[in-house]
Ligand binder design. Structure first.
Ligand SMILES: C[S@@+](CC[C@H](N)C(=O)[O-])C[C@H]1O[C@@H](n2cnc3c(N)ncnc32)[C@H](O)[C@@H]1O
Length: 223
């Protein structure tokens, strides 16, 4: 990142624009990861988070089948697609979101709610291989502002992603899930420790330091 941090863009509040929107705009304009994502054609600054996780844990390999839950607008899928090569026999990135995802090269996308009761069958019908090598979940609920409701929703999405991973992951596979500090309840961690050889927490540099977001990694899935 080469932007001069002293060149800060200030956004004047405008009539009709909420203070929170002005702050959001100012943060976007001053965020080097937003600029870099635009320069490289990534759909989101979130792309750098999975890239950093991959640099540290070397999770992606050519020919793998990757399931990306909560994939919109598509930054993580773009990074995964760079590694797995959809043109190879087994390589695939299957991107799922409740929102539509504009088409992306090397990515198959599905507009689907992970709480859909037929999700496992739908995923199996759309995967190139019977099982996925990697399950990613950057899913986040829309926040209500009510702390305990938001907390429960976050935990529920992570549990749901783990339920899916346990049905869909190949032996030796990898799981990456978004959590929030204080949000990885001990029973989720215990469940992951039973099912994966190693469990790690990661806070990528590109994840805003003032955000309580972090990621939990499960390496080497054991059925
Ligand atoms: C932080 S964004 C993901 C950003 C993405 N990783 C990227 O790199 O562009 C979180 C996503 O989770 C999705 N999401 C939330 N609840 C969901 C659900 N029940 N089913 C599917 N996707 C969901 C949201 O629609 C949103 O697009």
């Amino acid at each position: 990142m080469t932007r001069d941090p002293n060149l800060k863009v200030r956004v004047k509040s405008a009539k009709g624009r909420k203070i929170s929107s002005t702050r959001w705009l100012e943060r976007q304009l001053n965020d080097p990861y937003v600029h870099e994502a635009n320069r490289l054609g990534y759909r989101s600054r979130a792309a750098f988070k999975i890239q950093e996780i991959n640099e540290k844990y070397n999770i992606f390999k050519e020919g793998q089948c990757v399931l990306d839950l909560g994939a919109a607008p598509g930054g993580w899928s773009q990074i995964a697609a760079q590694y797995v090569n959809e043109n190879s026999q087994s390589g695939q990135v299957l991107a799922v979101d409740i929102l539509p995802i504009d088409s992306l090269s090397g990515v198959t996308s599905l507009q689907l709610d992970v709480y859909d009761e037929n999700i496992i069958q739908i995923l199996k019908d759309n995967l190139k291989k019977p099982k996925a090598d990697i399950v990613l979940s950057d899913m986040a609920p829309s926040t209500t502002g009510h702390k305990s409701t938001d907390h429960l929703r976050i935990i529920s999405l992570l549990e749901n992603a783990l339920d899916i991973a346990e049905e869909i992951l190949e032996e030796g596979g990898v799981f990456v899930g978004k959590v929030f500090r204080g949000g990885t309840e001990s029973d989720i961690l215990n469940r992951m420790k039973k099912n994966f050889e190693k469990v790690r927490h990661v806070k990528p540099k590109s994840s805003r330091s003032n955000s309580s977001e972090l990621y939990v990694l499960g390496l080497n899935y054991r059925k």
